[in-house]
Design a protein around this ligand. Structure first.
Ligand SMILES: *[C@@H]1O[C@H](CO)[C@@H](O)[C@H](O)[C@H]1NC(C)=O
Length: 370
């Protein structure tokens, strides 16, 4: 009797050990490990959303790899850094992309996002007029339509091209606000056959001869004004949810309908929701327009230190400064141990510790007021 009881106890203990071992195994598999990194090699989805979903969203992550063409280069002059009232420099680097087989199957050619020198980011710099007006800024194409066989870089590129063109063709540049310019350009691309589908942010400014900068921002790109290497004015990010920015979008009706049937809804914001800012400029002020490839990695304090280091007591030209800046941001964006702004925000939201840079297209337009 005693022996049988003891036997039972041994069996029960044995079972408890087995069960608790498998439970802890399951727990390990399903929990997010502390200190997990999401550098380029990990699976965490960092592509921004362009739809709301009632079910779990299908992955829309980008994939493509680097190569170049002159697509983005058409939205500014190569002689921009010799402008009259402002020095202007641009710099960009697309993230590493893999070839999308889906795109190949449909078109038998590589995805246009692969061939865009700035990926899905784009920028523009208008002519600087005799009267001293200039408009310039960035736009960041959202989401990976390239996988479905579309040119996902078209919407930000064409929006930039249109803003430059519309501004340059105005008779009177003193009256238009950036928001009105955004509206004109968006109407333009809404009917343009060059843009089939896509979403984009926009952050850009118009500088007038009296040294006033008017900025319009829609989404999570960014503009900051630095005086004596200190950030004095900046735009606010507009987001619907974490990693889901406000965005202008062009989506064909049949695709909207299909999404509705599947319980999904695309985010389509109007130019009217853009925030507007008016800032006064002084000589030697630095203005930076940047896509979230910059601001998801580094914080304004980093930019302040960088500018001070590059400018104070040195003769670096603005072009070199812009290119060095992008190179530095690219470096940290690929560092799995870098405490990026994105990782810190994710840590704050989840209560778990995240580390790592965020790989993304990185684009800036830098202005120095003379
Ligand atoms: C921009 O910064 C300057 C200097 O700190 C400040 O006086 C001004 O009020 C700011 N402008 C806005 C619109 O916040």
């Amino acid at each position: 009797m005693v022996n049988i009881r003891r036997f039972h106890i041994v069996i029960v203990c044995f079972l408890i050990v087995i069960v608790s071992m498998s439970l802890s195994y399951i727990a390990k598999r399903s929990s997010i490990p502390i200190g997990r990194t999401f550098g380029p090699r990990t699976a965490l989805r960092t592509t921004r959303s362009f739809s709301f979903s009632s079910t779990s969203a299908k992955s829309t992550s980008n994939s493509a790899s680097t190569s170049t063409s002159s697509a983005a280069a058409s939205n500014y002059d190569n002689s921009i850094h010799t402008l009259k009232n402002y020095d202007v420099a641009v710099a960009y680097q697309p993230k590493d992309r893999e070839e999308s087989n889906l795109f190949k199957k449909k078109h038998n050619k590589p995805s246009p996002a692969l061939q865009s020198p700035s990926g899905e980011d784009n920028l523009f710099v208008s002519k600087q007029f005799e009267d001293g007006y200039i408009t310039l800024g960035v736009a960041d194409g959202v989401g990976g339509w390239s996988e479905a066989g579309y040119d996902s870089s078209a919407i930000s590129r064409e929006l930039c091209a249109s803003m430059k063109l519309k501004f340059e063709s105005l008779n009177d540049r003193s009256q238009i606000t950036p928001k009105q310019l955004l509206s004109l350009a968006f109407d333009d691309i809404s009917t343009s056959p060059k843009v089939e589908i896509g979403g984009t942010t926009a952050c850009f400014g118009i500088i007038s001869p009296d040294k006033t900068l008017k900025v319009a921002n829609l989404g999570d790109s960014w503009c900051g004004l630095f005086r004596n290497y200190q950030l004095i004015n900046e735009t606010k990010f507009q987001t619907h949810n974490f990693n889901t920015p406000y965005q202008l979008a062009k989506i064909p009706p049949q695709i909207i309908k299909q999404a509705e049937l599947e319980g999904r809804r695309y985010i389509i914001d109007s130019p009217a929701v853009a925030d507007e800012y008016t800032w006064d400029l002084k000589s030697d002020d630095i203005i930076m327009f940047a896509t979230d490839g910059v601001t998801d990695n580094i914080i304004p304090k980093d930019i302040e230190l960088f500018l001070k280091d590059q400018i104070e007591g040195k003769k670096n030209n603005l072009d070199t400064i812009a290119k060095t800046f992008v190179k530095e941001v690219v470096k940290v964006s690929k560092d799995p141990n870098f405490p990026s702004a994105f990782a810190q925000e994710l840590s704050r939201l989840t209560g778990q510790k995240y580390l790592g840079g965020k790989a993304d297209d990185i684009t800036i337009v830098l202005v120095k007021v003379q």
